[in-house]
Design a protein around this ligand. Sequence first.
Ligand code: FES
Ligand SMILES: [Fe+2]
Length: 404
Amino acid sequence: MNQHATTPAARVIPIAPDSGTAYGRAAPSYQKELAEVGAGTPMGELLRRYWHPIGLSSDASDTPRQLRVLGEDLILFRDKSGRPGLVYPHCAHRGTSLFYGRVEERGIRCCYHGWLYDVQGHCLDQPCEPEGGRARDKLRQPWYPLQELYGLIWVYMGPPEKKPVLPRYECLEVLDEGEFLETNDASIGGGGPTVIACNWLQHYENLVDPFHVVILHSSFSGMQFAEQMALMPEVTWELAEHGVRTISLRKLPDGKTLRRISEAGLPTLRVIPSPRLGRFGRVESLGWVLPIDDHSFRIYVVGRVREPGELSKMRTRMNGKLWEEMSEAEHQKSPNDVEAMVSQGVIAHHSQEHLATSDRGIVLLRRLLQKQLAALKEGKDPLGVSFDPAAPPVHFTAGNFLLD
Ligand code: FES
Ligand SMILES: [Fe+2]
């Protein structure tokens, strides 16, 4: 039988004249002052008032390593007396990169004419000059101060007179029975590769977006976390001592309530309790979003664990596969945070957004960042920096809590 003969006549739907088409739309733009991280930009200067993790302690060795941090290219090394150093790549003599330098007891020696610099950029030797360089004290190789804590190397890249104390955190200082600290540099929680190819703010804003957990992580791409996370939460956001706090309440089938509190701490801190709900109680790990430049970022995580390798097990798998093991077609079928964030644009198109009630956390976070930019302009210090070495460790209220 001819199939067309059985198809009922199409109902004619009246169509209004075309409007709202893609034609003639405005070019997208973004909020430069929030997104860009280079030296001299508003956010770049705000970020430079805080310490940032830039590598594992083991990344600093006698093999110089090229890094990019907040849009600046730098060379990381560890001299043979054990001190880590971070210097501008181009040798103060005639610009050869110290990437090709040789690490010695007292610092790093340039391969071209052998000038030797210590971890604070002092020039200690100029072997081709009379007396090893009579004027060598007059120059300085640009450098940044480093500290080591929690298995990470931290840098302060701001004005020296504004250098705050490197913060310590209660949730990493006070360990429960059987716990020890583990450090991870694989950008766990970013859902993809170690270096994620979009602006850092997209991930930072993701921290105050608990609703995407219900869609992206709990149904769209299968169930990635604990099944309770698939329940639609009742969410409130509020300003906290160090950033924006998100409180998500979920009524569980057994009558109990899951109270999940997370925080986005200024300027890049991720205080997110595990969505796998392995155990309840205070937050077990902290993550720091490191803006590499305007177009890429990575994440360092430190957590309290009970078994070696526990943090890397937190990396999301889709049908048993890690992100890099999946084909492009599989990524399209099962997108993760990385696909959601990178496809917003290398820098998200803020001018084209339509923020809704579920985005109140993002609005609050952007306002808080704007407020810090204004504070800096007025010569004030931004939220959360401390100059008191005796201050107690920073405490967060974050965690997964079961209420009757
Ligand atoms: S360029 Fe480095 S010592 Fe000459
Ligand atoms: Fe996510």
